[in-house]
Design a protein around this ligand. Sequence first.
Ligand SMILES: [Zn+2]
Ligand SMILES: [Zn+2]
Length: 478
Amino acid sequence: MKKQYSAVIPRKIHDGLSEHLLRADGQEDLCFATYVPSTGSNRFTGIISEIFYPLEGERNVHGNVGFMPEYFERVVRIALARKHGVAFLHSHPFPGWQGMSQDDVVAETRMAPTCFAISGLPLLGLTIGTDGSWSARFWIKSATEKRKYERNWCGSVRVQGKDLQITFNDQLIRPSLDHEKQLRTISAWGRATQNELSQLTVGIVGLGSVGSIVAEILARIGIRNFYLIDYDSVEEKNLDRLTNVFVSDIDRAKVKAIRDAIKRSASAPDVNINTVEYSICEEEGFLAGLDCDILFSCVDRPWGRQVLNFISYAHLIPVIDGGILVRTSKDNTCMLGADWKAQTIGYDRPCLECLGQYSSTNAILEKGGYLDDPDYIKGMKDKGSLDVHENVYAFSSHLASMEVLQMLNLFIAPSGIANIGQQMHHLVTGVTDIEHKQCLSSCYFQTVIGKGDFSGVKVTGQNKIAEDCRHNRQRNKL
Ligand SMILES: [Zn+2]
Ligand SMILES: [Zn+2]
């Protein structure tokens, strides 16, 4: 797989940049910023961390904008002190993804060696078009030629706010439609939306009852680039809830069974499915998650949720999460009710911990292996907060649909609405409540927003259950 590059701009920073760079008089303008890296298994992303506007006399706007050496030196000193990367941004008087003029190439090529020398991070060049679209490239030191810096175009630039706006580089991430198969879908939301959906990279973490249905829906609506992340194997007791998974799949990796299924269901041509036989709590699964534009959290355990919560803030990748709670009589012979929730978390939205979707105490216990120790669980006072397993296909399919709708709101923002809040559906009354909440003022995750690789914490670790599961498959050569 060819290495990919991307950039993310938090909405607040994007608003500041577009106000500065898109001038009322139509002239081009420029500025510098710093960025932090977010390194996935196959994608390197720069997260813009701070803008440094030009001071009086640091740049000339005269049709073709230029800057004084003092401006560059000022930003380089700050970047050096923080060990951040340097980003150089300018505007063009046209809409859409922008190429570079010869002057642009010369300017960025000249800055590339200094930027790399101070932090080991390549210069990130970005251009904004009149419609607010971004384009970007990293100048990376050549492995073969001395003193040469090569331009590596980003495949996308993402602006993360309550909505997710992505400008794709159509040359690197090609849109791909099937007019015959997708006739009705395209007639609903148009060709431009269909093109953008086909360019998204979506990760599904946990391919159980909800995850397998999310995968099926996404394949039908035209998503082409998938990461399926799950260490688990198919068991007989899963067959009442897994979509497109059959007796012949028992003991296979869930991600492989679902990969085969969505290859058949996909309405778009050229589907790319990466199967990752790891937990999101293991380094390999975590890094695969950082390659995605949107993640679905279909895990039912606290540590996985904690890791996904972290990714959504530190790495600015929105996470769509859901959970089902079935209430039964004490002897489990009768259902009293069932409720399920769907929510999108990340930048400018409340986190899973503050929403009460997992407890960090249980995440720590799971990380330490205690939640898989029957003796420990027997001694626990409060078992109510542990994960529960009662579930029915009809509930999961409704929840999976709600989760995909959350994604469509986030990405398409129908009638301009991207954030529909937290949805909670009650089976007994048939009512869906909506709530708009905020993180607690003491929330840790609000302190790591956009910190990427520099957040200073390690959320992954060894996961014995996942290791055993893979080992069993290897032994059985499945
Ligand atoms: Zn230019
Ligand atoms: Zn929070």
